[in-house]
Design a protein around this ligand. Structure first.
Ligand code: NAP
Length: 347
């Protein structure tokens, strides 16, 4: 039986504060057999093609996990996350050799996956870049779709504000909102990202929050008549400033609070009273509650992509050894677009 080297990213130990590259260890000291013995049933062996770096993975580096939809990483064990993989061996009746699938896999070159139907979805349409299944056609895309339509409940003409707007989720929310007939403004952490939002992704306006000493004044510049919908990705000072600038009966979809993930204690919010004074509906959500919408989501998104009505910006690093730095980079805004790690091309 053929044995090959299997480079893996191991989680070192639980952390506090900002993650560092040294919190993960890349090792090539294990091998994997590229055949599954016949007596091992219902397993698939995958060649991992793309890995996704996602902010929620920071929560998995905590000993105690506040997120309820996933588990902490285990010190000394291989890390896991979303990815796009190819089946190279299978003893599971629902999968065949060559199938391309996306979902949860390990941060390694090859994975032996038990119970694959629980965590992996078969890719039917390959007329788009495969990496899109880590982003616009995967978990972040579903998040944008569910958050915008189900939580924000948009109306044509609504004035929409999106934070972390150039990221994996934000850039999709902005484009869905534009297609819906909304006025859309995004914030991002560099002038390059602002330029991208305005000139490639199609936001009406965008600003660099790091160059705004007064976020309230910045928001008033773009929303002199207040914000109808806020798609919240960052929390902290931005949320406080937004609360003060919301419309009566405005809606806030709380998708994430990336500015808070490395802090303990969290930043206090001063302006929550505006939830009452302006009758704002603020609702948190997890994408995992919305995967039943995946077929409907795919039927909406694929044509939009194929007809060029929606675009997607990715930031791809090559090589599994670069995955730790790519993940850490999310928390200083290094990524320009969806952060993907290319491990192997499908050929
Ligand atoms: P992303 O935007 O592609 O990457 C993270 C971005 O966050 C960075 O590029 C950076 O952009 C920004 N950021 C980092 N530190 C920040 C800080 N201190 N203050 C303000 N911005 C900061 O990530 P994503 O995958 O699209 O995720 C966006 C949000 O959605 C995250 O909060 C994530 O946890 C959340 N999310 C939630 C769900 C759910 O089910 N509810 C699912 C997926 C994602 P800048 O350069 O613009 O600062």
């Amino acid at each position: 039986m053929e044995e090959v080297k299997n480079t893996r990213v191991m989680f070192k130990d639980y952390i506090q504060g900002y993650p560092k590259v040294s919190d993960m260890v890349v090792t090539s000291d294990t091998t994997i057999c590229l055949e599954i013995p016949d007596n091992i049933v219902d397993q698939i062996l995958t060649k991992n093609l793309y890995l996704s770096c996602d902010p929620y993975m920071r929560g998995r580096m905590n000993r105690t996990l506040e997120q309820i939809y996933t588990t902490s990483f285990i010190p000394g064990r291989v890390m896991s996350g979303y990815g796009v993989v190819k089946v190279i061996e299978t003893t599971h009746p629902d999968f065949k050799k060559g199938d391309l699938i996306w979902g949860l896999t390990n941060w390694e070159e090859y994975s032996l996956i038990t119970n694959p139907t629980k965590s992996l979805i078969k890719i039917q349409d390959t007329n788009v870049p495969l990496s899109y299944y880590t982003g616009i056609l995967g978990m972040p895309g579903m998040t944008a779709y569910a958050g915008f339509y189900e939580i924000c409940k948009p109306k044509k003409g609504d004035k929409v504000f999106v934070s972390a707007a150039s990221g994996a989720v934000g850039q999709i929310v902005g484009q869905l909102a534009k297609l819906f007939g909304c006025y859309v403004v995004g914030s991002a952490g560099s002038n390059e990202k602002v330029d991208l939002l305005k000139n490639k992704i199609g936001f009406d306006e965008a600003f660099n929050y790091k160059e705004e000493p007064d976020l309230d004044a910045a928001l008033k510049r773009y929303f002199p008549d207040s914000i109808d919908i806020y798609f919240e990705n960052v929390g902290g000072k931005m949320l406080d400033a937004v609360l003060y600038n919301m419309s009566v009966h405005g809606r806030i979809a709380v998708c994430g609070m990336v500015s808070q993930y490395n802090l303990n204690p969290y930043d206090g919010i001063q302006n929550l009273i505006y939830l009452i004074l302006k009758c704002i509906r603020m609702e948190g959500f997890l994408v995992t509650d919305y995967y039943h919408l995946y077929p409907e989501f795919l039927a909406t998104m694929l044509p939009l992509i194929q007809q060029g009505k929606i675009t997607y910006v990715e930031d791809t690093v090559e090589g599994i050894e670069n995955a730790p730095a790519a993940l850490v980079g999310l928390f200083s805004g290094k990524n320009v677009g969806k952060q993907v790690v290319l491990i192997a091309r499908d050929n």
